[in-house]
Design a protein around this ligand. Sequence first.
Ligand code: NAP
Length: 315
Amino acid sequence: MNSENQKNEINRRKFLQNTTLAAAGIYLGILGTPKLFGNVLMDKDAKGIPDVKLNNGLKMPILGFGTYGLSGEVCQKSVVEAISSGYRLIDTAKVYGNEVEVGKAIKQSGIDRKQLFVTSKLWVDDAGYENAKKGFEETLRKLQLDYLDLYLIHRPRGDVKGSWKAMEELYKAGKIKAIGISNFDPAQLADLLSYAQVKPVVNQIETHAYYQQTNDYKVLKQDNIQMQAWAPFAEGRNGLFTNEVLTQIAKKHGKTTAQVSLRWHFQRGIVAIPRSSQKTHILENLNIFDFKLDDNDMKAIEKLDLNRTQFPEWS
Ligand SMILES: NC(=O)c1ccc[n+]([C@@H]2O[C@H](COP(=O)([O-])OP(=O)(O)OC[C@H]3O[C@@H](n4cnc5c(N)ncnc54)[C@H](OP(=O)(O)O)[C@@H]3O)[C@@H](O)[C@H]2O)c1
């Protein structure tokens, strides 16, 4: 397909997807909005993916696209597919080694930059005031962007205070629309809050049916910091996609276990960023706004909590 045809095809699919998602948005009105996370407001935009309002006023889509483990052409193709399907939040990180491909995909999609919400993360090797500034510039250059919507400290390692100061300055200079953290536990968050001039907007942590993070959920809600789920499917570990409880709930609603999982995150008011390299899954994971889990479903999923990480190798 030549590049003109490819653009037309993307536009055509974008239109079809937007109409489908707009219809889903109407359903959402009928089915009711999920519980609010803290004081954040839930808005719907034309695409049908609701936004959450972060504590600095910035709007962020409640459902986005993860890119961990995607590289090269597969990464570029998957991100183009995700954007043309209707995703607007793209989550990457320096350590994923795919910022160049994510940047190429953004260009290839032809989408207006202002419509996207791009997140990247400062890796532990770049911790500290000077290094964080350099790390950020490298990220921007690789992504071919002139600002980021969200920049996170990937892990609480090294000179976190220096990193945060650098990020605060970049935020105040308008190079980043919002700054946040990832993998911080409540004690590490409290420490950061003791000196931060700018409060983090987000804490991105491992969250799925097997690790529901109920304590962090309460703490973040109290602090008005948006919780974001990484590995919203636990990468399928421990048989999540074939879990008996999720399968029964999925059958009841005519949905898949992946969709039930994402709907559960949505109804908890948590931003989820599922990753997929398959078009069918990319579309399936967007199609969660036309049904609602009832109290029994929510309680049954609550009981699946093992209250421990499914990624012990990363702890
Ligand atoms: N901050 C951090 O420390 C951190 C850590 C890990 C991840 N993250 C972020 O969070 C994102 C999501 O986490 P993750 O990528 O680790 O795992 P995940 O989204 O929980 O799971 C991804 C896996 O699920 C499969 N999948 C996706 N949709 C599916 C569907 N509808 N049906 C069946 N299988 C499906 C994918 O396979 P297919 O490709 O075959 O669809 C892939 O193997 C990452 O991509 C990254 O952006 C952040």
